[in-house]
Design a protein around this ligand. Sequence first.
Ligand SMILES: C[S@@+](CC[C@H](N)C(=O)[O-])C[C@H]1O[C@@H](n2cnc3c(N)ncnc32)[C@H](O)[C@@H]1O
Length: 276
Amino acid sequence: MKLLDVLQSTTAYFEKRGIESARLNAEHLLAHSLGQKRIELYLEFERELSETELAPVRELVRRRGQGEPLQHLLGTVEFCGRTFLIDKRALIPRPETEQLVEFVEIEKPAARILDVGTGSGVIAISLAARFPAAQVNAVDVSEDALDLARENAARIEAGARVQFAISDLLEAVDGRFDLIVANLPYVATTERTNLSREVLHDPEIALFAGDDGESLIRRLIADAPAHLEPGGTLALEIGVGQEGSLSALLQEKNYHGIVTKKDYQGVTRFVFAKHR
Ligand SMILES: C[S@@+](CC[C@H](N)C(=O)[O-])C[C@H]1O[C@@H](n2cnc3c(N)ncnc32)[C@H](O)[C@@H]1O
């Protein structure tokens, strides 16, 4: 079978299975399986693929068709211009979280940064790369996630400046920070039945936070002031429709300069606030 025919029949199969960006998924899986760059496929459309080449492609296509996320099949994800390892130990980083990293500003040159719920470590490592003078700490309650984050830190130069530790939110955290950033779980448990097949491959502990999805973020808002330097910033990614109640809580807990920002889809997805 010619490469182009494989690409076209895979795309048609993915479309039938309701997979978004069917052609792009097909290209990624074929390139990954052949050990090539996606762009290189375009130079080889007429090449006949051998049975040895086709067998692993078929297996990946079958798994993708059953709803396994593309990133799990590739074993990697792109985040803020770097390639990170990803697997079922941690949430697949989402494109909107790249915006959280972009929106973050630090005023002090040698700032101390803490990433809470670091997962695969993408936020902490990307911030370490962006702010070379900063000291970056990252915590998660999941040992599995921390193992993956440490593997990522070992592969990416800036990762050497990130200190990882296990902690239930800020319980095991010492000291104060100029910035506390967090993309914590914010899905309501009642939303479980509305989630896509792909999302259900993310660890439960990375998704759900009580009946309204706000329980963990609320705890962090209450606990963060004891770990923020005067004028320090709390930067949060939040769920759809949570900005009103969380902004009100921030006000109640004496934060100021509360600002919300939208993601690429126009959804209010981030809240920034300062303390004292
Ligand atoms: C939505 S994922 C985000 C992962 C990563 N920061 C990202 O943006 O891709 C939330 C993370 O919070 C962690 N988490 C859940 N409950 C926690 C808790 N009580 N304390 C610390 N981390 C927690 C999960 O293990 C998961 O890695």
